[in-house]
Design a protein around this ligand. Structure first.
Ligand SMILES: [Zn+2]
Length: 397
């Protein structure tokens, strides 16, 4: 079968849409510049194929027709090094969905910069465990969306605690004793930084770009949806303040920002209502897409999960317009069914969404199997063996 190469006009357009910069997260290398002679240019970039150009090429050809394989939608602009890297080992390490989300991200970033605004874009690239009480040394490379799969007590929450120091060391207190913890986070905010964290003797040592600091000064704003908010006895306002770690004014303005035709919730507002004992409660009134308006407490568990998710998305959208942002979703806590969750997964991988997400769940579900997200399987420690963190490769069709 013939090789479905891109035409020169397609290659040019791919390069120009990418502003001649590599779309590999964290690279952004400029791939064009002056050539040797005064009237020459030198182009070091490559139009890489997402689905393969030839029958047995990296990532396969899906079910794409020849004209789709050589269309601009099947290309991603990269520097020479990264164009080669993504095709190593039949492209197993860099599946189609990952490349597509990188391309969407790069498109967004380029359009944002082109619009004349300074980019606030950031990206959490990796977490490398050097020593830990739970796992053997391992590296998690984050994509736009990353899944951590593991049963209870396999260390999902621990990893989220360790990751969240990019925002605040608040969750690290659990790890001051008894076993030492030593790890490094690589991230762009938007320039490249490395934060190294080491605990011992009840204290934490932070090194940022090899200089000692008290905490991370290139902050990534992290919101974690970690618990079912309605389990608390207080009113909706107090519960949301505690869930989002926000003050009252911020939660009220966040609710007022909801104005969407895309998701479950159309708009939301707080209303005072007396409870059975005559105490005034701040109730979240939720207006749904069908026009119905219901109190948050009257919604089913899964519907409440959607409202919380959509408040979090609105929050992240506003944060991401000025600072790097990452949303952590402990999926089992939200009680959203797979069909409902699919809408959010589509959004997270789109170029419209400019924040990163990390999703934890118990098992590898159908919706993420073989899709090519960044997926890691966690295995808990036993009496004799440390826990493991292993990448799950997509199932090849
Ligand atoms: Zn590159």
């Amino acid at each position: 079968m013939a090789r479905e190469s891109f035409t020169a006009p397609i290659r040019l357009k791919l390069a120009q849409r990418a502003a001649y910069r590599c779309a590999f997260p964290g690279c952004s290398r400029l791939t064009i510049g002056p050539g040797e002679q005064a009237d020459e240019i030198e182009n070091s970039g490559k139009a890489a194929h997402i689905y393969a150009a030839s029958e047995y090429g990296p990532r396969g050809q899906g079910l794409l027709a020849p004209e789709q394989l050589k269309a601009i939608t099947n290309g991603i602009w990269m520097c020479g090094h990264h164009a080669d890297l993504i095709d190593k080992n039949s492209g197993n390490r860099y599946p189609v969905a990952v490349l597509k989300s990188w391309k969407a991200l790069h498109d967004y970033r380029t359009a944002y910069e082109h619009s004349g605004r300074a980019t606030a874009f950031g990206f959490v690239r990796s977490l490398t465990l050097l020593a830990s009480p739970l796992f053997e040394p391992a590296t998690i490379e984050f994509g736009k969306t990353t899944f951590l799969i593991g049963a209870n007590d396999t260390g999902k929450t621990a990893l989220l605690d360790w990751l969240s120091v990019l925002d605040s060391p608040r969750r690290l207190w659990r790890w001051l004793k008894p076993h030492p913890l030593h790890y490094a986070l690589l991230f762009d905010a938007p320039g490249e930084h490395r934060l190294e964290i080491e605990t011992g003797d009840g204290a934490v040592r932070f090194d940022l770009d090899a200089g000692r600091v008290a905490f991370n000064h290139h902050r990534i704003a992290i919101t974690a949806l970690t618990k079912r908010h309605y389990h608390s006895a207080e009113d909706d306002l107090a519960n949301l303040m505690s869930l989002f770690h926000l003050d009252e004014i911020s939660v009220r303005s966040l609710a007022a920002m909801i104005d969407s035709t895309k998701f479950y919730l159309r708009s939301a507002r707080f209303e005072q209502e007396a409870d059975d004992e005559g105490e005034m409660q701040e109730i979240l009134r939720c207006k749904l897409q069908d026009g119905a308006e219901l109190a948050f407490g009257a919604l089913s568990g899964g519907e409440q999960g959607r409202v919380i998710m959509e408040l979090a998305i609105a929050h992240m959208v506003s944060v991401a317009s000025v600072a790097p942002a990452l949303l952590i979703i402990e999926r089992p806590n939200l009680g959203i069914d797979d069909a409902g969750f699919a809408i959010y997964l589509d959004y997270f991988s789109s170029s419209e969404c400019r924040f990163q997400t990390v999703v934890t769940q118990f098992t590898l579900t159908e919706d993420i199997k073989g899709l090519g997200w960044q997926v890691y399987q966690l295995t808990g420690a036993t009496d004799t063996e440390p826990g493991k963190i292993e990448p799950v490769l997509p199932i090849k069709s």
